[in-house]
Design a protein around this ligand. Structure first.
Ligand code: ADP
Ligand code: ADP
Ligand code: ZN
Length: 215
């Protein structure tokens, strides 16, 4: 089963992908995570992507689709969860080709619907474990024990350089202009299911699980 989690920055894609990985043995394919790893490693892709990401703009379609193709070739367990990809019409076309070449299909496009006002608060309060990457929030998802990762017990956390209010506005504009327009194409194929992303994290997970159980 292969699914896309689609929604603006801060909608909860990464949070829900991590839960589906744990519950179903699916594998999260986050182009954002892949690009951040490339930036950290100083690869040619990372060198090209760094300033674009810091500005909140979109990295080129060719780069991200190549990353996804390479990742698909490594295998995806019980299915791929595309998180943050595709983000443009060209990427949506590329994904269809990448899946067809591997005789795979797309089963669901889950749209996480969230009030725009809530997104800035979510993004600005977001932080992750510096060791395992588990996601947290200053207000909505604090570690159970202060300053200690629930998953691995590590004590250091980090924040993304692009998680500031100004960049978030650009990222939301990019989402509206380039990503939201890919939804009608998926709707025409009967793939889109809309979930209320304003519900609390566990309820959003349950709503997604209910959709996936239809298969
Ligand atoms: P995305 O991957 O779509 O950018 P994240 O999953 O990283 O979004 O979520 C953004 C922030 O909001 C994180 O700090 C996360 O802990 C928090 N968050 C995610 N889902 C919810 C929710 N349903 N309610 C409140 N906060 C949430
Ligand atoms: P968020 O969790 O806020 O949705 P991501 O981690 O998915 O953000 O992406 C962070 C940044 O990485 C984006 O603002 C963009 O610069 C770049 N990026 C990630 N995925 C893509 C993609 N599919 N196409 C183009 N740029 C991307
Ligand atoms: Zn951790």
């Amino acid at each position: 089963m292969n699914i896309i989690l689609l929604g603006p920055p801060g909608a909860g894609k990464g949070t829900q992908a991590a839960r589906l990985e744990a519950d179903r043995g699916m594998v999260q394919l986050s182009t954002g995570d892949m690009l951040r790893a490339a930036v950290k490693a100083g690869t040619p892709v990372g060198l090209q992507a760094k300033s674009v990401m810091e500005a909140g703009e979109l990295v080129s379609d060719a780069i991200v689709s190549a990353l996804i193709g390479e990742r698909l070739d490594q295998g995806t367990g019980n299915g791929a969860i595309f998180d943050g990809y595709p983000r443009t019409a060209a990427q949506a076309d590329a994904l269809d080709k990448l899946l067809a070449e591997r005789e795979a299909t797309l089963d669901f496009v889950i749209e996480l619907a969230v009030d725009e006002d809530a997104l800035v608060e979510r993004i600005v309060g977001r932080f992750t474990c510096a060791n395992c990457g588990a996601g947290y929030h200053d207000k909505f998802k604090q570690p159970k024990v202060a300053d200690t990762c629930d998953v691995c017990g590590h004590h250091e956390f980090k924040r993304r350089p692009d998680d500031n209010e100004e960049t978030v506005r650009t990222r939301m504009t990019e989402y509206r202009a380039k990503t939201a327009p890919i939804l009608p194409g998926y709707e025409a194929r009967g793939l889109v299911y809309r979930v209320d992303g304003m519900a609390d994290i566990a309820h959003v997970t349950q709503a997604i699980e209910d959709i996936l159980d239809r298969k």
